[in-house]
Design a protein around this ligand. Structure first.
Ligand SMILES: [Mn+2]
Length: 338
């Protein structure tokens, strides 16, 4: 019997029906977990934790569950357990799965080359915490109140009394730590810290994980950041702070895509900054944007260009050359700032 025949309720939106989570996995024969493009600590930590919990709590063989990533796994996240087993989407295109689970993926366009895989699988579970997530799965666990996808997962695991071992705790701690910016952002709640505490009790080592995530940058990444900072542009009384990055800049520092991570937050640190952005040349007609703010809802700005995200952290892709895209973006930011 096909998994989809067992589950009559398609497009079921829930954040609390934990039994459905359990039953769906229990009845699946072959499971694929996918993470988003330009993977961060939350999507990778969540993927690793889910992989481990399924293997440790269900009667499922190792060869019946796969993990997929898009692009490059940043060096700093390679300490997350079992990521060495994750593969790129092309390795999976001929395999048959009956359940796919996306973690930390706000919208289908964040799946990159995994999208065809995702769309071809009968039961599609969407586990996420972005408020702009439109419940694109057939089963959805989307909770905008959670700081990270890792937190959504930990709540599910606890509700179902699943075993969370040391390695799983390490992956979940990395997810929560990085998505809260080291427990500094607005999404850090009493619940977040309780859960972090619980994960430390379960064996996650906070100092070690912090060292991997924040004290292990490649040298050229720091040099690229310095170069970008020197060329930062300010407007609207310094309320807007932005950086343009060309492919030439990236080549100069032998940078991989993940090297720009953290730049947009660095710009926001300036006292006068209200909205910060980094806009990156993808090709001559495509530019990729990251937005951050202190009080402004930047998900609204991202949505103007078909993107999305959180209130204070969002992103989009603009199908225009870098300089034109930047002007359009600044125009939209100014509108929102009033
Ligand atoms: Mn996240």
């Amino acid at each position: 019997m096909k998994l989809s025949d067992k589950f009559q309720i398609l497009y079921y939106n829930t954040s609390m029906d934990y039994e459905l989570f359990k039953n769906t996995i229990q009845n699946a024969n072959k499971i694929l977990i996918i993470s988003h493009v330009n993977p961060d600590g939350d999507t990778l930590g969540s993927m690793s934790a889910l992989y481990q919990v399924i293997l440790n709590n269900f009667n499922i063989q190792k060869d019946c569950i796969d993990m997929v990533y898009n692009g490059i796994i940043p060096e700093i996240y390679k300490f997350i357990p079992y990521l060495e087993l994750a593969q790129t989407p092309d390795m999976h295109k001929d395999k048959q799965y009956d359940l796919v689970i996306s973690v930390d993926i706000a919208a289908k366009d964040r799946m990159g080359d995994s999208l065809p895989l995702f769309e071809n699988i009968d039961i599609r579970m969407n586990i996420d915490h972005h408020k702009t997530n439109n419940n694109f799965g057939t089963i959805n666990f989307v909770r905008a109140d959670a700081c990270s996808c890792g937190e959504v997962l930990l709540d599910i695991f606890n509700a179902l009394k699943f075993k969370v071992d040391k390695k799983t705790a390490c992956a979940l701690y990395a997810a929560i730590l990085t998505d809260t910016g080291g427990f500094r952002y607005e999404n850090t709640t009493a619940q977040t810290l309780l859960k972090a505490s619980e994960l430390i009790s379960l064996g996650a080592n906070p100092a070690e994980i912090c060292r991997y995530c924040y004290e292990s940058k490649p040298r050229n990444m720091v040099l690229l950041h310095a170069n970008c900072m020197i060329n930062a542009e300010f407007s609207a009384d310094n309320k807007i702070a932005g950086i343009c990055i060309t492919n030439k800049d990236m080549e100069k520092f032998h940078a991989t895509n993940d090297y720009t991570e953290g730049l947009v937050e660095e710009l926001r640190r300036i006292k006068t900054t209200e909205v910060s952005f980094v806009i990156k040349e993808v090709d001559e007609n495509t530019s990729k944007v990251s937005l951050r703010s202190k009080n402004t809802d930047v998900s609204l700005i991202a949505q103007v260009f078909g993107g999305g995200g959180h209130t204070f952290a969002a992103g989009c892709t603009i199908r225009k050359p870098l300089n034109i895209a930047k002007d359009k973006l600044v125009e939209e930011i100014k509108k929102v700032l009033g």
